[in-house]
Design a protein around this ligand. Sequence first.
Ligand SMILES: Cc1cc2nc3c(=O)[nH]c(=O)nc-3n(C[C@H](O)[C@H](O)[C@H](O)COP(=O)(O)OP(=O)(O)OC[C@H]3O[C@@H](n4cnc5c(N)ncnc54)[C@H](O)[C@@H]3O)c2cc1C
Ligand SMILES: *[C@@H]1O[C@H](CO)[C@@H](O)[C@H](O)[C@H]1NC(C)=O
Length: 505
Amino acid sequence: MLLKGVTAALALWAAAAMAGDSSPSGATKKACKKLETAVPGLVSYPLALDYHVETKSYWSTALWELKPSCLVLPRSAEDVAAAVRVLKGFSDVQFAVKSGGHDPNPRHASIEGGVLISMKDLSGTTYDEDKGLAYVKPGGEWNDVVGALEPYGVTLVGGRLGLVGVGGYLLQGGISFLSSQYGLAADSIVGWETVTADGEIVYVDAEKDKELAVAMRGSGSQFGIVTQFTIKAHPIGKVWGGTRLYAEDKGDELYAALHEFVPANADDPKEAIIFTDVIAAGGLRLYLLFFFYDGPEPPTTGPFAKFLEIDSTVSTTKTQSYAELLKSNGQSAELLNARVSFRTFTIPHVPSAPHMYAEITDKFSSLLEKFLLNPLRLTSQCSVDFQPFPGIIGKHSEAAGGNAMGISGDDPDRILLEIQCSWASRFDDELVYGISEELTEWLEVKVPEWTRGQHEDLYLPFLMNDAAGSQNVTGTYRDYAKFKALQEEADPDGFFRLRGGGYTY
Ligand SMILES: Cc1cc2nc3c(=O)[nH]c(=O)nc-3n(C[C@H](O)[C@H](O)[C@H](O)COP(=O)(O)OP(=O)(O)OC[C@H]3O[C@@H](n4cnc5c(N)ncnc54)[C@H](O)[C@@H]3O)c2cc1C
Ligand SMILES: *[C@@H]1O[C@H](CO)[C@@H](O)[C@H](O)[C@H]1NC(C)=O
């Protein structure tokens, strides 16, 4: 994540690029008309202000170019259900569901033609102190959720940059600074108010349907449109954290510290980091690390403390409230304003292979030469983000009943890779997607080489939150076949599977 680079020119350019034509099909026009009666006052068309703002609030500016024929802005679960019942009657009409719009993949929370259902006005968090449960609606961002809970001294397992969207994050699994203590974000969810493919509002929980509750944790958009999550809250007080930026020559020290940190994280699960290895224009390398400690002061011994001894060039780490930390973590990212790609890969922590990390980014850097050495691409950057994913996270997942990602108590230590790029020109889209894919193809060959002779279970599922639309994320899940059958049973006509967008089974 390189956190700079707003240019007014870029915004103007994108505005020009999206002024394309998108005349809706007859069926879509009819569906939109019918929606106007089903949810009066909540349907919006091109030229309306609502429509303009909403189709431009996507993390990746590439998605600003996708123009739905009409937009629905539900205010309640009933509104969502009414919209679904209308869409059911138009089997040729495609739709998409959007919460925060941070998924950068086209056709996940965005759509060209068809109907966009945006949860923007279905947001807000309330807290039941007696039960220790938060009720969270899918719209808005993590800053709002965390801010609403702070007066109670609790928080949720949620986004690490406060500006991230809520609904998609929770449905795709979600990795958090609190994951080593409590599991994936989805593992703390105990109930889902959901609109089914039939347009009914149901409440899903483990008591009613254990398998479906597991499926809800990491299946994205495939089991319904969620209108409210019931989530277990966890205590939070002052925390320590922020970002530190390092020069290229600190690479060796930083990688060595990362290698030691991953297996040691279970000893003090209050520690968390995101290790971002940035490759900027001209091949310039730098390291941006996000640090987090769930307590007012970081430890003074152990691998986490070792990181903190390495000289950084800029540092924002300090003691603060959790809400303040998440807000400041998001602040510089807010300015990104570029086309964005995500792609993921999961690697095991291989004790005998401390050289893996540098090898990965060196490989990426060499693949990127054909892209980043061009002086016209000054504002472009890519990074490999190494996200420690210790085995202990699977223990929490299993204790909570399990998730679709299939991580469990016997899991090895892993590192989740986020392979991320941002750039300005639509003409570079295919090139960038292609380079990221070349890196994961190379990893498919390299990981078995690095792990040869290891006897542990190397189950390496992908985190949906970080993936590219072209990756078969659900296919990496242990119980893929089971969830596929369950999805087909819950959605026999393929309402979500064939018409709704997002990752499918
Ligand atoms: C700056 C930044 C920081 C990030 N940090 C993290 C992080 O710390 N940890 C992490 O795990 N991920 C992180 N992510 C990834 C993030 O989790 C995903 O991009 C996620 O999709 C964002 O949620 P959203 O609400 O914006 O999703 P959207 O883009 O709105 O939607 C994503 C998918 O979910 C579906 N969906 C959304 N809402 C609903 C709903 N209510 N019902 C049914 N389906 C729905 C959509 O149809 C779509 O397929 C980050 C992303 C960015 C851009
Ligand atoms: C995804 O992976 C699963 C499991 O390997 C496989 O059965 C399925 O065919 C794959 N889907 C696609 C679209 O490739």
